[in-house]
Design a protein around this ligand. Structure first.
Ligand code: 5GP
Length: 116
């Protein structure tokens, strides 16, 4: 069994956090240390530690993360200018929280995808 992270507590509303979106598959809330004017985390309700743990049974939740990203980007008013969706995996990916999540970042020009 994978070890739960703070995100499971947020999903279960055991830690007071403003939820921007929640349904039976996914939950979205603002990053506690925003790197951009809009910085939202979209997470599956089920604990999947990393992309390496993704299975076909997770496809519904992972797909829902994209439709929720689209809706939240429109709600934030950043859809026309554009934004970036990021999923980090393990050490080289810079993953800190081992509950898979999609960062929705935008609200300013984001520059090159990777530092050169
Ligand atoms: P990672 O590096 O794993 O892709 O990103 C983890 C993100 O979770 C970081 O951007 C970090 O600021 C955010 N984060 C960590 N703990 C909390 C928390 O308790 N609440 C919220 N809202 N965000 C968190």
């Amino acid at each position: 069994m994978a070890e739960e992270t703070i995100f499971s507590k947020i999903i279960r509303k055991e830690i007071p956090t403003e939820l921007l979106y929640q349904d039976d598959l996914v939950t979205a809330f603002r990053d506690i240390h925003p790197r951009t004017p809009t910085h939202i985390l979209i997470v599956p309700n089920v604990l999947i530690p990393t992309v390496n743990d993704v299975e076909p049974e997770h496809e519904a939740a992972l797909g829902r993360m994209f439709t929720v990203a689209r809706k939240l980007a429109a709600k934030e008013g950043i859809n026309d200018d554009g934004y970036r969706l990021i999923v980090n995996c393990n050490r080289h990916g810079g993953q800190e929280v081992y509950h898979i999540h999609m960062h929705l970042v935008g609200g300013q020009p984001l520059g090159a995808m990777l530092a050169r």
